[in-house]
Design a protein around this ligand. Structure first.
Ligand SMILES: [Fe+2]
Length: 194
């Protein structure tokens, strides 16, 4: 059976909290020897300890399973550097202003790294009255289509979901928009700065 958590992760999180093996053991009603065994890879905690272990280490269960804790220094977040996540199973689209561990359909989603648009994903931005009209000359078939267009400013995100057989087009309020994103279901996330 695969380990759901590694000893290195438990040790690192315990030490980060300034907790001794004894203190952690007491919290979980196990022996200090048991904790020592987990940390040295000679054993691993029973799955029933997953929640109490995460709670004792001040981390969510999903972060514990992922072996990565998240704590943002910039509490206000930074919209312009925000991260997009797309679930490959259900197509769910999420945006986070800071770092996060995000899970959907049983998968931990990596933040998408936007690329500069290539020839086939060029984001054309035109100003039409008080809006930006964004168009992309790209297929919109069931198998290959742009699934969203988005515009991000310091203050907010405008997201337009697109569906196959529609036009790859969106209108955004101009105010403060600094970045425009397009996501292709086959080729990933593209972004331009305005
Ligand atoms: Fe594409």
């Amino acid at each position: 059976m695969d380990r759901y958590v590694t000893g290195d992760v438990i040790r690192a999180l315990r030490e980060k909290k300034g907790m001794t093996q004894e203190a952690l053991a007491q919290r979980l009603f196990v022996s200090a020897k048991a904790v020592s065994k987990w940390e040295t890879g000679k054993g691993y905690p029973d799955i029933s300890l997953l929640e109490p272990l995460a709670a004792a280490l001040d981390i969510s269960v999903i972060e514990l399973l992922n072996g990565q804790s998240v704590s943002n220094r910039n509490r206000a977040g930074n919209m312009i550097r925000g991260k997009w996540y797309v679930c490959p199973v259900c197509g769910n689209v999420l945006f986070a202003a800071g770092e996060a561990v995000i899970s959907c359909c049983g998968i931990t989603l990596p933040p998408l790294e936007p690329e500069a648009p290539d020839e086939d994903h060029r984001l054309e931005v035109r100003r039409v009255e008080d809006e930006y009209l964004v168009t992309v000359d790209h297929p919109m078939t069931k198998d290959h289509y742009l699934s969203f267009l988005a515009a991000v400013s310091d203050r907010g995100v405008q997201l337009i979901k697109l569906y196959p057989e529609e036009e790859a087009l969106a209108r955004f309020r101009i105010e403060g928009v600094r970045r425009v994103y397009g996501y292709c279901n086959r080729h990933g996330l593209f972004a331009i700065k305005l």
